[in-house]
Design a protein around this ligand. Sequence first.
Ligand code: PAZ
Length: 325
Amino acid sequence: METSSDCEAMDPDALQAAERFFDAAPPLSGESDVIAQLKAFVYKQNRSEKGRPIVCVTSGGTTVPLERRCVRFIDNFSAGNRGAASTEFFLKSGYAVIFLSRTGSVQPFCRDLPERPLLDCLETAPDGSLHARPQYEQTVLSALKAHSTVVADGTLLHLHFTTLFEYLQMLGLVGSLLEGFGKRAFFYLAAAVSDFYVPWETMHEHKIQSAGGPLAMELCNVPKMIPLLRRRWAPEAFVVSFKLETDMGMLMQKAKGALLKNGVHAVVANELHTRKDKVVIIEAAGETVLTRDSRDEDIEEKIVGHLTQRHRLYLKHGNGRERAS
Ligand code: PAZ
C-alpha cells in the first residue's frame, strides 16, 4: 500500500511559500457554510452501502484580483466544459462528485441546453401554465431528468469559487475533509489555475487610478499546491492533474515533469485548440493517447473511463504509479 512516505518529502521552501500564501490570503467568505456542506456530503457518502468512491472535480478558471475592492481582475479562458462533462461521466460510473467550479462556468447536465436567454425558451399555455417551447422541450426534459436523478441520489455537491484565493482555500478544505476517505478519494484537477497573482498584502486597496500614468505591476508566482494535496491534505487519495500548453513542443515535457515533481498518479496533457479532440494521459506505466472519433462524442467519457479503471486498480492493490517494466 502506498502511504505519504512513498512520495518524496515536500521541499521545505515550497511548503513555507504555500503556508505564507494561506496566511496572507483574505478570509474565505462563507467558510463555515462550505465546511458544513462538505461534512454533510462526506457523511452521507460514507454511509452509502456500497462505500461509494468520491471524486473532487475542479473546473473553470480562477480570477486574479488587481485590487482588494476589486474592479479589475485577470481572467482565464477556461469555460468549464471539461469539468462539467467529466462530472456527468463520474456520476454515471457510480462516483459521488464534489464539483468545485468557477461561478458562472458550464454546469453538469446543462451543456446541451440552448444558449438563448431563458425567457426565449419558455412560453405559457392558454391556462397560464409554463412550458418549454417545443423546439427545446426534449433537451430541457432530458437535462432535467438526469439532474433530478442526481439530486434524489444526493451524489453531487456544487461548490463555487471565483478568485484564485477562494479556489485554493476550498481545495484545501476538500483535501483535508477527504483525508478520511483514504484511497477512495480521487482528485481530478481540471480547473485552469493562474500561475501568477498579486499577493493580498501588496494589493491596492482601492481602484487603481490612471492619473499616475501607465501601470507597471509585478505578479508573483503562485506557490505549487498539488504537492501539498499529495503530501499533506490527502496523501492516500488518487490525484490526477491536467496540463495545458499552446506550444506542442513543450507540452509533453512539462506534463512528464509535473508527474514526477508533484507525485500525482496521472497527468492529462492537452493543447488549447485540440483539447476537445485529443489528450495524452501520462502515468508512470506509460502514455495513453485518447482521441474522439466524432464531434458528437465527448472525449471526457474516454478520459473518465481510463482513469476510473486506474483508480479501481489503485483501490484494489497497486499504488497506481507502477512503472512499465
Ligand atoms: O474548461 P475547458 O473545457 O474550456 O478547458 C479544459 C482545460 C483545458 C482547462 C483543462 O483540460 C486543463 O488542461 N486544465 C489545466 C490547465 C492548466 O494547465 O492549468
